[in-house]
Design a protein around this ligand. Sequence first.
Ligand code: SF4
Ligand code: SF4
Length: 82
Amino acid sequence: ALMITDECINCDVCEPECPNEAIFLGPEIYEINPDKCTECVGHFPEPQCVQVCPVACIPLNPERVEDKETLYQKYLRLTAAA
Ligand code: SF4
Ligand code: SF4
């Protein structure tokens, strides 16, 4: 999963781009729910939020390092639940 750092300027452009609805406005800045972020695996070749973020504040979440297969399985679970 990816995460949003405190460099976020709350510009709001990433939230609608997320195919998994993983991005939400937290108490201070936008946040990513790691249980829903597939790093866009299953939907797009590149993380969409990273593509649009003007301040490049969306790195990998070091607490949720996942390989492509794990991310794909998460995608399958999320789409089955939808
Ligand atoms: Fe959503 Fe993709 Fe960004 Fe993860 S990488 S938060 S799935 S847009
Ligand atoms: Fe924050 Fe970047 Fe999302 Fe804008 S695009 S709300 S700066 S994380």
